[in-house]
Design a protein around this ligand. Structure first.
Ligand SMILES: CC(C)(COP(=O)(O)OP(=O)(O)OC[C@H]1O[C@@H](n2cnc3c(N)ncnc32)[C@H](O[C@H]2O[C@H](COP(=O)(O)OP(=O)(O)OP(=O)(O)O)[C@@H](O)[C@H]2O)[C@@H]1O)[C@@H](O)C(=O)NCCC(=O)NCCS
Ligand code: ADE
Length: 291
């Protein structure tokens, strides 16, 4: 063997899954332009966020995702004990994120969604994302008896006021925003010849067109939610982000969202979920193939 070539130690399943989750968060943050969200152009509707902060936050979460995947593997099944372990790891991860960002919520929704998915993916023995999403949904349906009492979250307030499901219901339903809207649109846009950035942006728009995003509702009420959903649908109907007509609509959508101070943060999290799931099957297949 050539002594010049360093032998790269093979990563464990939990390490690979943590890598995939952090990569998905970084790819989501880097994707530009995204309407009213943090991207390479700026901070969108957020005064307290920046791309650097999104990167730092994403990287700080590697050990959380790794611990969650390892816990999933060790448990080998979905049960309350695993759900409660995830609750503890998730709260620790949130505290770590807040320490890195100086108290700004960058990735709370993402810790929840990707945390459930890395845990579920660590348990499946066949590379099928439907099975992973279903297992994650079963975990999300279990009750964590150790949730500490605290002031209601923005999501809780919005759920009570508008009767929407939010991040918890999305997970309990098996992430339809990603599986039924984000991923199919990503694949359709790629098949139609759109470049990867346009395909990802179209996937985000497909999620925005349907999601009851509690981040938008909290900031801009039903007017903001209608603006997001109708505007995203208009871009896709005009030909998507790769077409000139679609790009014009996208610009209009961003202006409207910024005027309303509405940020589709929940949709951004589900784009990260979409990118994670998109890469999961090849990763699991390679892992199984090398056993
Ligand atoms: C179950 C939890 C997700 C808690 O959910 P809850 O709704 O009670 O709490 P929120 O704090 O509101 O967090 C939910 C975040 O989920 C994202 N989201 C919103 N709508 C949806 C949706 N329909 N589907 C999926 N995901 C959605 C969204 O995250 C993004 O927005 C964040 C910014 O939001 P916010 O803090 O409100 O920020 P601002 O608008 O700037 O607020 P102000 O500054 O004005 O106050 C950003 O982080 C994006 O990620 C929602 O914010 C779960 O977290 C939980 O129970 N955790 C406990 C630990 C646990 O059990 N963990 C298990 C780990 S597997
Ligand atoms: N790119 C982004 N901008 C603002 N909030 C977000 N939450 C998750 N990703 C985000």
């Amino acid at each position: 063997m050539n002594a010049q070539i360093a032998v790269r130690p093979r990563l464990s399943v939990a390490e690979q899954l943590a890598d995939l989750a952090v990569e998905a968060l970084i790819d989501e943050a880097e994707l530009s332009p995204k309407p009213a969200l943090v991207d390479r152009r700026g901070s969108g509707a957020h005064l307290d966020l920046s791309l650097e902060l999104m990167h730092a936050s994403a990287c700080s979460l590697w050990s959380t995702f790794h611990a969650m995947a390892a816990a999933g593997q060790a448990a080998g099944q979905v049960d309350v004990a695993l759900r409660e372990t995830l609750g503890r790891l998730g709260r620790d991860g949130e505290a770590q994120m807040l320490a890195v960002t100086g108290g700004v919520n960058t990735h709370r929704g993402a810790i929840w969604a990707l945390g459930l998915l890395v845990t579920a993916a660590a348990q499946v023995d066949r590379p099928a994302i439907g099975a992973v999403a279903l297992r994650a949904a079963r975990l999300a349906c279990l009750k964590d008896r150790h949730v500490p009492a605290r002031a209601p979250s923005n999501g809780e307030r919005v759920r009570q006021r508008y009767g929407v499901g939010g991040a918890r219901a999305e997970a309990q339903a098996g992430f339809p925003g990603a599986l039924h809207h984000g991923l199919p649109q990503l694949q359709r846009s790629r098949a139609a010849g759109a470049g990867e950035s346009h395909a990802r942006l179209d996937a985000l728009l497909a999620i925005m067109a349907r999601l009851d995003d509690t981040c938008v509702l909290h900031r801009a009420g039903v007017e903001g939610l209608s603006c997001m959903q109708d505007g995203a649908r208009a871009v896709l109907e005009a030909g998507g982000s790769a077409s000139l007509a679609g790009r014009r609509r996208l610009k209009d959508l961003e202006c409207h969202l910024l005027r309303l101070n509405a940020s589709p943060g929940g949709a951004a999290d589900l784009l990260a979920v979409t990118l994670f799931l998109d890469r999961l099957e090849p990763t699991l297949r390679a892992q199984i193939g090398s056993l």
